[in-house]
Design a binder for this molecule. Structure first.
Ligand SMILES: Cc1cc2nc3c(=O)[nH]c(=O)nc-3n(C[C@H](O)[C@H](O)[C@H](O)COP(=O)(O)OP(=O)(O)OC[C@H]3O[C@@H](n4cnc5c(N)ncnc54)[C@H](O)[C@@H]3O)c2cc1C
Length: 429
């Protein structure tokens, strides 16, 4: 079959890989001038490794992603360091990346709170019945079983940071289950960075005959009266037997307006947040303790959710000696951070870096980059499984696989691979 794929992110590339193996003819349309989608990175001329636009790593439990890398024969290019994640409490930071370290966290108080926290974590890790959990919000479930103290110390700030005040208390407990279940303390990347992986994958696919057209946004997908789909892009109108769209629900609704009303409404009713990430290359190490990931509660006055010192995870030598930090936040797309200039964001964000290291000075900053995306984090409400659009759309030959459909899992490249495999299994028939 002649198959079009919209998007050269991890899902699009993976689907192309599966479908070309089955003997189909594949063309990928990509709006950007690079492959890798949200997991893409960039590189300065004096860096050996790329830096992801949005901080990225893999977990050891990311079996679909690691399985794909193994199938490609590139497992020797994986690295899995064990950096330290910390939580804030009264102007100090404490390691928080294992049950033992979490139990030492003073924000939980002592005695019964810690016992309840430990038991709840264990119970969640041992159950597979997420369907029962999606009936409750994290807020009600955690308050009931872990207690108000543990919930307010650990999970509530995380929910507010990730989903904002508007959605934090509406997120369902299956989301938290998936998050606790799938995480490991060792965090992985590809030698050279995620972009090195995507570039290598794209080159491999091209070698197998996949056509990848960069800078080619798809404008519309229409059903033909006899059979097939007409795809309109800067290449003009072309006919394909099938098409997989791997971008956001809103894009899908825009380029395929002929979808029946019920499916279109399902797409448009899905909620998600955007992300704003400021990356700084600085002259010195910021966290003297060598911490990698700082969870920052908004209540404590930090202007963003996560501070990630990338070079406490990967050596600064890979980046020409630069120390790389990310300041990241998830926000509704009408938030002012989507309008402010890079300079204004730097002015808002950098004073708080002195709370991490009082010696930090603005002249430590050698270079800065600001990345924003409108579609970063799907929001799962109560009984969300009923809201997930089918991969097979009501238009014959048109398929859709996005971050919003990997539920109950949270979005991630591992689940982009997994949903791409599922889509490819349905296609080419
Ligand atoms: C802040 C942040 C942090 C993250 N951290 C991690 C992490 O640590 N680990 C992890 O595994 N995952 C992480 N993720 C999630 C991960 O990036 C995504 O789950 C994954 O990249 C999604 O891949 P995808 O192929 O489904 O979609 P995308 O990467 O969104 O790919 C869709 C592609 O479609 C293209 N496109 C859009 N419109 C058109 C059009 N009209 N025509 C043609 N092409 C079009 C886009 O340019 C894009 O390349 C993070 C995401 C964000 C935002």
């Amino acid at each position: 079959m002649k198959i079009a794929i919209v998007g050269a992110g991890i899902a699009g590339l993976t689907a192309a890989h599966d479908l070309i193996k089955n003997g189909h003819q594949i063309t990928i349309f990509e709006a950007a001038d690079y492959v890798g989608g949200l997991a893409a990175g960039f590189k300065e001329s004096h860096w050996d490794w790329s830096v992801e636009r949005f901080y990225h790593h893999w977990f050891q439990s990311d079996s679909a992603m690691l399985g794909l890398i193994e199938e490609l024969g590139w497992s020797d290019q994986l690295v899995f360091p064990r950096p330290v994640t910390v939580m804030y409490h009264k102007d100090k930071f404490y390691p928080f990346d294992s049950i033992p370290s979490a139990l030492m966290y003073p924000g939980l108080g002592w005695g019964v709170n810690k016992v309840r926290f430990g038991l709840v974590n264990l119970a969640i890790r041992f159950t597979n019945n997420w369907q029962a959990l999606e009936k409750f919000t994290v807020d009600e479930w955690m308050r009931k079983y872990a207690g108000d103290k543990a919930y307010e110390a650990v999970w509530e700030p995380m929910l507010i940071g990730k989903f904002g005040e508007r959605y934090a208390r509406q997120v369902n407990m299956a989301w938290m289950w998936a998050r606790l279940k799938a995480r490991t303390p060792r965090l992985g990347t590809f030698t050279g960075g995620f972009q090195a992986f995507s570039d290598q994958f794209a080159a491999f696919l091209k070698g197998k005959g996949v056509q990848i057209r960069l800078n080619t946004p798809v404008k519309s997908i229409q059903r033909n009266s006899d059979s097939g789909l007409t795809i309109t892009s800067s290449f003009g109108e072309e006919i394909f037997d099938q098409c997989l769209v791997s971008s956001s629900p809103s894009l899908m609704a825009r380029i395929a307006p002929e979808l029946p009303k019920q499916y279109l409404e399902g797409l448009l009713n899905l909620k998600s947040l955007g992300a704003v990430v400021l990356i700084l290359a600085i002259k010195h190490q910021l966290s003297k303790e060598g911490y990698y990931w700082f969870n920052l509660p908004k209540k404590a006055g930090f202007p963003f959710l996560a501070l990630v010192e990338h070079t406490n995870y990967l050596k600064p030598d890979y980046f020409g000696g630069d120390h790389i930090i990310y300041c990241g936040d998830y926000l509704e797309t009408d938030h002012e951070y989507f309008q402010l200039t890079q300079e204004e964001i730097i002015q808002r964000f950098t004073p708080s870096l002195q709370r991490i290291n009082p010696e930090f000075q603005p002249d430590w900053v050698k270079n800065a980059w600001l990345y924003r995306t409108q579609y970063a984090q799907p929001v799962p409400f109560i009984n969300h499984s009923k809201n997930i659009p089918d991969i097979r759309t009501p238009i014959t030959g048109l398929f859709f696989a996005s971050m919003s459909q990997v539920y109950p899992w949270d979005r991630g490249t591992n689940f982009a691979v997994e949903i791409a495999h599922r889509a490819a299994t349905m296609m080419g028939k």
